[in-house]
Design a protein around this ligand. Structure first.
Ligand code: ADP
Length: 446
């Protein structure tokens, strides 16, 4: 009777144990699948590889109830094992961080094994991995760092480089179960895929940027050719025509006619020269040969120069020119570039204004910048064109109100000049009412 009782007790105990084990496995499977869901969520949100790895590492540490979890990047090129992130069991404050970078040479046998077999390495203080004992790293890992059990799981191999999950148990020897290794392997697969996605995205962005640069270079080249073939040709045609007439008839023409021809020749040469200068400046900027030399510039002096150069043109078209300075601050920019920008904007304002129009040139402080505005009461610009007029690939060149010709290069040059001087430029306009061309330059501060 007694022995029957005994065997019943044993059976009951065994049954309880099996039940408990089953419960544990069920809970573990649930924890693993929740953790993998979390990893998938992190992957969706994270675009930075190192942040992503750190988040996944935290999940591994917590889910597997480790004492320490690290991710290394093993670089064959640099011959280094580089520590990227580390998670520590917070319940035991005595656990010290170990994250560091090590020479690959310390682990040369294990490295070869990981690369050749692409399988994890498991090692315990009482049963060290063969590769560790061969290279002598077991002494450092188990004796020196007191790691009772470790699991190294490599993933995302590329030309001998790879990432490595390094999972440590310090408090006790732990045999890794198939389920646990399966879980780590699933996490590694998720991360590999995410890293691949990030890499592809980066490549795509790089390609897109390259395409943009090529497109712009092509548009620049087209623009230069079109300027040379159309705009630079016509002033030369005028010049050559008058020249020819003078050579053949100078003695026969009255002095007044000769003077008139000379004036036309002067105008054409000036037009060609200005254009050539703009073209040279612009192409020097494009090829990086023109580097701004920033100086301290006083707006009132810039305006004085500007008015003396453009007043003649304005008077000729009966347009008034006014300046307003609302700040005593100076700006920091390249002198010639700033003068060219202002001159181009005012020349345009004159060109696109009707006789009787008014132009105001203004300087005012705005935060850390000086805001310059050239306002006119001219023809204005249609909404659809306003954003494109500063772009090289947008070809809109209109004749002026007195049929002055243009090249569509001036504003492109202005944009480049302003931007290399750390400013920005834009236009606000209403067709039929006029335009405000605005640009900023940094205020000079000591
Ligand atoms: P261009 O004047 O030689 O054609 P720009 O690059 O200076 O070249 O100007 C590009 C175009 O922007 C002009 O052709 C004109 O259509 C428009 N634009 C520029 N400034 C003004 C302005 N003040 N008012 C109206 N339209 C303007």
């Amino acid at each position: 009777m007694k022995s029957n009782n005994n065997s019943y007790e044993t059976l009951k105990k065994q049954f309880e144990e099996i039940k408990q084990e089953n419960e544990f496995h069920k809970k573990q499977q649930l924890d693993f699948s929740r953790a993998l869901d979390k990893i998938a969520e992190i992957i969706l949100k994270n675009e930075k590889p190192n942040d992503l790895l750190a988040d996944v590492n935290d999940i591994l540490g917590e889910t597997l109830q480790l004492d320490r979890a690290l991710i290394y990047y093993v670089s064959a090129k640099e011959q280094l094992i580089i520590g990227l992130c580390e998670w520590l069991n917070k319940e035991d404050p005595s656990i010290q961080p170990t994250i560091d970078t090590y020479p690959l040479n310390y682990f040369k046998v294990s490295y070869q094994k990981l690369v050749n077999k692409r399988k994890h390495i498991e090692s315990h203080t009482n049963a060290p991995a063969v590769s560790f004992t061969e290279e002598g790293s077991d002494k450092v890992l188990h004796d020196g760092m007191h790691i009772k059990s470790l699991l190294w799981y490599p993933f995302d191999f590329e030309n001998g480089n790879f990432y490595l999950f390094a999972l440590n148990q310090l408090s006790h020897v732990r045999r890794w179960t198939n389920e646990e290794i399966q879980f780590v392997s699933s996490a590694a697969r998720h991360v590999s895929m995410a890293l691949m996605k990030i890499k592809l995205n980066k490549e795509r962005i790089k390609l897109k940027n390259k395409e943009e640069v090529l497109k712009e270079l092509n548009a620049t080249k087209d623009k230069i050719f079109s300027i040379i073939s159309h705009d630079l040709r016509s002033p030369f045609n005028v010049l050559l025509g008058y020249n020819q007439l003078l050579i053949e008839n100078a003695e026969k023409y009255p002095a007044e006619k000769v003077r008139q021809f000379a004036q036309e020749m002067y105008n054409s040469s000036k037009q060609a020269f200005t254009l050539l200068e703009n073209l040279l400046h612009w192409s020097s900027l494009q090829t990086g040969k023109l580097v701004p030399g920033p100086e301290e510039l006083i707006p009132s002096e810039l305006f004085k120069d500007l008015v003396s150069i453009t007043a003649g043109q304005a008077t000729e078209k009966e347009i008034s020119l006014k300046t307003e300075i609302h700040s005593n601050d100076k700006v920091r920019a390249d002198r010639e570039m700033t003068k060219t920008v202002l001159r181009n904007l005012v020349t345009n304002a004159i060109k696109y204004s009707y006789p009787g129009g008014a132009i105001t040139i203004k300087a005012e402080r705005r935060d850390n910048d000086m805001l310059f505005t050239v306002s006119d009461t001219g023809i204005g610009i249609e909404k659809a064109y306003v954003s494109g007029i500063f772009n090289v690939d947008c070809n809109i060149s209109k004749p002026g109100t007195s049929n002055e010709s243009g090249t569509g290069l001036g504003l492109i040059l202005c944009k480049d000049f302003v931007e290399v001087n750390h400013g920005s430029i834009w236009a606000e306009s209403e067709p039929g009412k006029g335009s405000d061309f605005k640009f900023t330059l940094p205020v000079f501060s000591v």
